[in-house]
Design a binder for this molecule. Sequence first.
Ligand SMILES: Cc1ncc(COP(=O)(O)O)c(C=O)c1O
Length: 393
Amino acid sequence: MLKTVAAFDRIGEENAFAVLARAVQLAAAGRDIINLGIGQPDFRTPEFIVEAAVKALREGHHGYTPAVGILPLREAVAADLHKRFGVDLSPDSVMIMPGGKPTMFMSILMFGEPGADILYPDPGFPIYRSMIEFTGARPVPVPIREENNFAFSADETLGLITSQTRLLILNSPANPTGGVTPKAEVDRLVAGLERFPDVAVMSDEIYDHMLYDGETHVCLLRYPSIRDRLILLNGWSKTYAMTGWRLGYAVWPGKLYDYARKLAVNLHSCVNASAQYAGLAALAGPQDEVAKMVAEFDSRRKIVVEGLNRLPGISCATPKGAFYAFPNIKHTGWKAKPLANALLQEAGVALIGGPDFGILGEGYLRLSYANSAENILRALDRMREFLATRKAA
Ligand SMILES: Cc1ncc(COP(=O)(O)O)c(C=O)c1O
């Protein structure tokens, strides 16, 4: 019998990938499945970005790069953050990562161990809790409530910090709720964090371009009082429709940069060289395709919210960011996971049950509106018919 370490009995995963696999399987068997399950833009990576990767390969950029990423790309990230948020940072605090996820993996590894508490949003991206449990730290959920527009509450978050707390994970705009934490609340949270100088903060800002109704993004780098303990997670996956390229970046403070660099050397050596050149083109090139994509998400957001609010027993708050709707289904009589399963099996609509994002996700579904308006309308029709004819299981 192989004796592997216990941590692997605790590691979780993302049910969105399992739902995707089931949807693909049903479609292969001839079923017409509308996929509102997976969180990736349904657009192509802009052509000039693809061309930059091809050109890089043709020019011979196919070897290892520095583990932290090529300097021009780290400079471009620093310049972009300066241009968008007015923050000054050295390219030497920027690290190019193989996607957004590795930054959460590494940060949680740096702070998680038995006896440590890590605070994370619930409902929230499932990998936070999975990784916290993997390290043996105690996962402490920060409730993200519908009555608070799915924003972080500064008071509630600060009230959960104890002497055991090592790391606080923030995410705005948020997956799975589409919630955006307003600047005034972030101001209060950061002011409160001054009382807890030993607590590190990881801010997952992967949806920072996807904001609606005139909202502007609040980048945590703008707060000098936490700069020496702030880890920024961001990347190209969502903004430039580049999920499969595996390209992200982190900003690490102080000695954490060198820890992350060593982890990178041990783990992946460097990020795919041509993807890094593609990322450079994405930042340096025209941003109009990003704006077009966000405008398209905005119009679908209105369709999905309006349609969901017309369904019996369902109410849906208007998400201010990302590309997810998180409708409340408590008055349908269904629990969320049985409803999500039945909608896939019987109505051919793939979406995710709220409990896959945490205990407080019960009573909700997550719909990704990264699908055409036409398909969203067809999915809403199918849901209406299903709810009208099918009794709760
Ligand atoms: C909140 C959040 N953070 C990070 C990620 C991971 O992004 P990547 O695909 O770049 O690893 C996702 C992807 O769905 C996400 O929703």
